[in-house]
Ligand binder design. Structure first.
Ligand code: NDP
Length: 501
């Protein structure tokens, strides 16, 4: 059998790099005469301080790691293009959506809570972030494999993530804290049910849908705005792993998704997704029985059908993981003309936090790294650590007599009239958190899928050792549907009797 491409990278590299007669140098290009021995006093004596090659080598080694992302740490990326096949230019001036346009893209798939060393197939939502390299700058659509999220106020995001991360003492996944937070913030229930349903553990990154998740806006040539959601549906078909399969793979090959993606692309089996939008006018938004800017809710397809726009295709693997994946920096604040944000407050929190994470991880000039660098920039930012494009003698202040600053043809943000009392509004209490979750349980899942959802939930609920937390969790699912809650209680009772939990 032909070996998988992921197992033959080194021989392939050797074949393509025949001329290797160059001598090793320092980072400053100075030849290293003895790369395999330090400079010592005699054969058995101590090392001398002037062995600057040894010192540089050890010092650089100590600095090889940058902070891992607090969320979405474990991931894989690939490159390709987005091609527009259907015309939506009456809604947006975005160059990305010009009919027939092909825009280069980078896509990074990831786990959410798992750290860098975690297994790809563990239970977790999956990130699905797309960077469109457009002539108007980078547009980052930083979504997940679910159209909804656990909480809707960004102030709760750090608390939510803390609850999903290891216990601060044991450093182990802690089901009491995992479920405690979720059951005290029951707006999470819709997303929790997606997570524990069959699609919670995809067979690979290629076999899952992606969603922009938030409500965004499209802006037309008259500056008229229409709200939109982005969906990208897998052309490979939805395929999932059972929890047992996922667990086995986690032990055998923790990098299973990354390997699958790499091999598929090297074998020219290019994965693709069909890209859709859902649209909602501002007038419609005012009349909804639910908040269309609430990320724990979907827009029903029957009211806002999917409109086909084009295709995402991945046909190139990274040429270097650190340079092109670890340093690939997405931020929802990267929005290009013709596309805009919305009153979705969770999105507004992310507009700040993503770019801030990159400033911390990669430095103030992270946007200058080749993988993040837009086609052309005309910024007045200067200096800072690791600056590569400092623009020579170009003046860096405005207004300026010497450097022309032509008027920008775009006008953002759009004029918006907003009124209301400034204050705290708890998003957990203002909306019906159970209605769409009930539809998911009763109408989307069939009886066998409902049974598997309950079994998957049970496998972790039974590990809760605090009775109060366990009761809150069971009550949360009863709030969605009484039968659902009763089934879980009954299954839990039987499992305690059987397994003695
Ligand atoms: P529809 O009844 O028109 O379609 C059901 C949707 O659910 C499809 O998008 C389907 O994806 C998706 N789906 C099926 N099984 C699962 C699963 N195990 N996990 C996650 N998604 C799944 O949907 P409506 O718009 O009327 O909404 C009804 C309910 O469907 C919602 O309350 C929500 O829970 C769920 N849903 C809705 C989505 C939306 O954007 N409107 C998106 C995803 C889910 P596929 O087409 O691949 O079968």
């Amino acid at each position: 059998m032909k070996p998988l491409p992921s197992t033959t990278q080194l021989p392939r590299w050797k074949k393509n790099n025949k001329d290797q007669r160059k001598c090793i140098t320092t980072a400053e290009g100075i030849p290293i005469t003895h790369p395999t021995s330090s400079i010592t006093v005699g054969e058995h004596g101590p090392i001398v301080l002037y062995d600057s090659n040894l010192i540089e080598s050890l010092a650089h080694f100590n600095r090889e790691r940058i902070p891992e992302r607090v969320v979405h740490a474990k991931g894989s990326a690939a490159f390709g293009y987005f091609e527009v096949t259907n015309d939506i230019t009456k809604y947006t001036t975005s160059k990305v959506f010009e009919m027939g346009k092909k825009t280069p893209i980078a896509v990074r798939f990831s786990r959410v809570a798992g750290s860098l060393g975690s297994a790809d197939t563990d239970l977790d939502p999956r990130g699905f972030a797309i960077k469109f390299y457009t002539e108007e700058g980078n547009w980052d659509l930083v979504g997940n494999n679910t159209p909804i999220f656990f909480v809707k106020d960004p102030i709760l995001f750090p608390q939510f993530i803390h609850s999903q991360k290891p216990n601060p003492v044991t450093n182990l996944r802690e089901w009491n804290q995992f479920w405690d937070f979720l059951s005290l913030r029951q707006e999470s229930v819709h997303q929790v049910m997606f997570l524990f349903s069959d699609r919670g553990i995809p067979k690979s990154y290629r076999h899952m849908h992606g969603y922009g998740s938030h409500t965004f806006s499209l802006v037309d040539k008259n500056q008229k705005l229409i709200y939109c959601k982005f969906h990208y549906k897998t052309d490979q078909g939805i395929k999932n792993l059972t929890p047992a399969e996922a667990q086995q793979i986690a032990g055998e090959d923790p990098n299973y998704y990354g390997r699958d993606l790499y091999d598929a692309i090297e074998n020219k089996d290019y994965p693709s997704w069909t890209f859709y939008v859902q649209l909602m006018t501002p007038q419609e938004a005012k009349q909804k029985s639910y908040d269309p800017f609430d990320i724990t809710k979907v827009w029903p397809h029957s009211e806002h059908p999917l409109i086909k726009v084009g295709k995402l295709v991945l046909n190139k693997n990274p040429s270097n993981y650190f340079a092109e994946v670890e340093q690939l920096a997405f931020s929802p604040s990267n929005i290009t003309p013709g596309i805009w944000i919305s009153p979705d407050r969770f999105l507004q929190g992310r507009l700040f936090s993503y770019a801030d994470a990159h400033r911390y991880r990669l430095g103030a000039n992270y946007a200058q790294l080749p993988i993040n660098c837009p086609f052309k920039i005309n910024t007045y930012e200067r200096d800072g650590a690791a600056n590569i494009i400092n623009q020579g003698g170009t003046p860096n202040y405005y207004p300026n007599t010497f450097r022309e600053t032509p008027e920008c043809p775009y006008n953002y943000p759009l004029p918006q009239h907003i009124e209301g009392n400034v204050g705290h509004y708890d998003t957990g209490k203002t909306e019906n958190n159970y209605h769409q979750a009930n539809i998911f349980y009763n109408k989307v899942l069939d009886a066998t899928a409902r049974g598997r959802l309950e079994d998957n939930l049970l496998s972790t609920i039974k590990k809760i050792t605090c009775e109060k937390v366990k009761n809150n969790v069971l009550q949360m699912f009863s709030n969605v549907d009484q039968t659902f809650g009763d089934n879980l209680k009954e299954k839990l009772r039987k499992s305690i009797k059987h397994e003695g939990f």
